[in-house]
Ligand binder design. Structure first.
Ligand code: NAP
Length: 542
């Protein structure tokens, strides 16, 4: 049954809701709103669904949350019919999964691919948004939902001569669809974040020679991936309700959650044994399931940093190389932890070289390769694993104009200001999924919550015949101050990373900001639930 959100405001917009992006958020939001009979259109820049899992098809891209805790939980049928082949599925499998979801729920008929949104303008007289696509086409909507992802605007390094290179070069998040043949090739990788680590460990065995240009080493821990056998598969399927219930209770929606003990509440031997156990276990346990104080207490953090440094020294044969791989400017887990599979052992291979660009900075890209202060390196392929203009970057790329033409980029010049990470004052009817100031963590779990909350708000508007929903300045100030306060005392907020809004390759992103919610996911949900339970009275409703 088709119904329309209008309540007398004219003219009727083309759609009840436009969703920007057909990644995990956009797909589920489309499913939920269409279920209500609303007129929805998704605009997606790519040629397929999948978002992050569509764009990031670089070699070795895979989950580092457990596959079964990552999939959608909203459909029992989907949960029971889909079989993850590995504890941490690779990107091709995840993309297949998302395509399966799109097919199963017949989502594609409301998605327009190859359609990049360049502008979105609010009109007060019609209480609607008009979006403009790259080709100039325009569409209007009552509600505008951004599902554009926190890590979806890749950034290339600002190094002179980048366009001069005669060989092939790729950013990991813009990887070609056709396979890249590495055999016998001289390959450079710039960047050693989670993406660089996965790429390096995957291609090191395929290339002729690999040179890794490292600016900042990251603390990495073993992923311990493995195939899922039939017996385990059956257990996983039977335990989905328990598993999702657990993800609802944990700090960041992972299966792991902090140990209630402090690092110094146990003996040295117990602490060491605990770290050994965590290092030998699958996934993020060593980061998310560690002592409760390692991410807030410098001394506690030093104990796990020293432990992992010892592991690196044991695994890397050349001790000079091992020392270069040990981070000095931040403690373990204060940046997003890359999980690895024999990453450190790669540096024991004869065909792999690590270049510390703090010692010998890159001067320029040349037609044949990369010149550092030391020498020129000759390459056939350069891989840029240089990350993203995170969290706010994808918002900056769209010209969002709110009431009276207010620009979102101006409003957020000194950092994002939001209400619950979902709404912005002067941007009525715009609802953000996984925008700044929301709980991220194990992201599909956060996505499902936020989509359900946004759906609830839109249904409320329909029921009450409301056509204008806006965050108040007081509400935004309260939430923004709250998010900043939550970040105080966290060691991660004293470190440069995408999580603190730093990107050396983007003008104006050299100052740390609080762009993400760092409290617990249950506390976040409790706050949002309370707002809904009180009839959204904190919003300006009209
Ligand atoms: P990233 O963590 O921001 O790492 C970018 C890397 O490039 C860093 O090593 C950085 O060095 C380096 N770099 C940037 N500009 C440079 C320049 N001009 N010269 C030299 N080096 C430069 O980005 P990412 O690795 O793509 O990961 C981003 C996030 O995506 C991760 O933290 C994670 O949340 C997500 N991710 C998830 C998965 C997964 O779930 N499996 C996999 C991959 C990524 P500095 O550190 O010195 O800036």
């Amino acid at each position: 049954m088709a119904q329309t959100i209008n309540a007398g405001a004219t003219p009727i917009p083309d759609f009840d809701a436009i969703i920007i992006g057909a990644g995990m958020s956009g797909l589920y939001q489309l499913y939920r709103l269409r279920e209500q009979g609303l007129r929805i259109r998704v605009f997606e820049a790519g040629t397929e669904v999948g978002g992050t899992w569509y764009w990031n098809r670089y070699p070795g891209a895979r989950f580092d949350s457990e596959s079964y805790s990552y999939g959608y939980s909203f459909s029992q049928e989907l949960l029971q019919e889909w079989e993850w082949s590995e504890h941490f599925a690779g990107q091709p499998e995840t993309l297949r999964y998302l395509n399966h979801v799109a097919d199963k729920f017949d989502l594609r008929r409301d998605i327009q691919f190859r359609s990049r949104v360049t502008a979105a303008v609010y009109a007060e007289d019609t209480r609607s948004w008009t979006i403009t696509l790259e080709d100039g086409a325009q569409h209007s909507t009552r509600f505008l939902i951004t599902a554009i992802g926190p890590l979806s605007t890749p950034t290339l390094p600002r190094i002179e001569g980048r366009d001069d290179f005669k060989g092939a070069s790729f950013h990991t998040a813009r990887w070609p669809k056709a396979p890249v043949d590495f055999s016998g090739k001289r390959v450079a990788v710039i960047g050693t974040g989670a993406t660089g680590v996965q790429t390096i460990q995957t291609i090191a065995g395929q290339v002729g020679h690999l040179t890794v240009f490292q600016r900042t080493p990251n603390w990495c821990a073993p992923l311990h991936n493995g195939k899922i056998d039939a017996e385990t598969q059956a257990k996983i399927k039977a335990s989905y309700p328990d598993m999702f219930a657990r993800c609802k209770e944990t700090f960041a929606c992972f299966l792991h959650t902090p140990d209630p003990r402090g690092a110094f509440e146990v003996s040295d031997e117990e602490r060491e044994a605990f770290y050994e156990k965590l290092y030998a276990e699958r996934g993020f346990g060593i980061w998310q399931g560690n002592f409760k104080d390692i991410l807030i207490d410098r001394k506690a953090n030093a104990t796990i940093s020293e432990f992992v440094a010892r592991k690196i020294r044991q695994r890397v044969k050349n001790q000079a190389v091992a020392e270069k791989l040990i981070p000095r400017n931040h403690g373990f887990g204060t940046r997003r932890l890359p999980l690895e599979t024999f990453y450190y052992e790669v540096y024991n291979q004869d065909n792999v070289e690590l270049v510390d660009i703090n010692e010998t900075p890159i001067e320029r890209i040349t037609p044949d390769g990369i010149r550092t202060s030391d020498r020129e390196y000759i390459f056939d392929i350069i891989i840029y694993a240089t990350g993203f203009d995170a969290i706010t970057g994808s918002f900056d790329k769209i010209d969002f104009r709110g009431v009276g033409g207010a620009r979102l980029t101006d409003k957020w010049k000194r950092g994002p200001e939001t209400y619950l990470g979902i709404m912005v004052h002067e941007f009525p009817n715009m609802l953000m999924l996984m925008g700044p100031h929301t709980a991220l963590g194990n992201i599909p779990r956060s996505i499902e919550y936020s989509v359900d909350w946004v759906t609830g708000l839109i249904l409320f508007a329909m029921e009450k015949r409301l056509t204008r929903l806006e965050a108040t300045p007081e509400g935004v100030k309260f939430w923004t101050d709250h998010v900043k306060a939550l970040g105080e005392g966290l060691l991660s907020n004293e470190v440069n990373s995408w999580m603190t809004g730093i990107n050396s390759n983007v003008e104006g992103k050299q100052t740390r900001i609080v762009a993400r919610y760092s409290g617990s996911a249950p506390a976040y949900r409790a706050r949002c639930d309370e707002v809904a339970a009180k009839g959204y009275a904190e919003l300006r409703l009209g």
